[in-house]
Write a new protein. Sequence first.
Length: 172
Amino acid sequence: MMVRISRRWYRRAWLGVAALVGSIGLGAGVVLLGTASLAMIAVTASCLAVALCLGCADLTGVRLPPLPVLAGLLAVIVAVVGLVLLLDSAAMHVLAALAFTGAPLLWLRDRFLDTDQLRGRWDDAAARLERAHDAAEAAAALRVRASCLAELERRDPELVARWLAAGHPEPA
């Protein structure tokens, strides 16, 4: 018998496991790495954060706040190094399992939302589209709306067809 779990439960379970593994790795990294290694990792994370923020702004028009990006990169790098120091080659299996099981949360994000959450994402994107200052921001909002529409159509193609034929501005 196949057990079906809810999207919300899967997301929460995955985030809980990822937080536990990340916390263990972060703790091990802070304890096992020396000050010089932590300083080099901080410099590396700073360079990556600047590159990520500038690249994201250039490619998508979305401006990422640099300090949270830096903190996140620093934590991830120290956690991964800590896991490798703690688990040796088994760390790669743990990280691969997390990446493999977490992939649906990134690529199939809309499938993990219930219909009300999906409509909320549609409405948020509409508000972002109205507030867009340039073409890149407008395009990003339109991509979100296209993704939401595709997921709504996957769930109920007849409803979406009727809605589009009726010319309503918001999903039924």
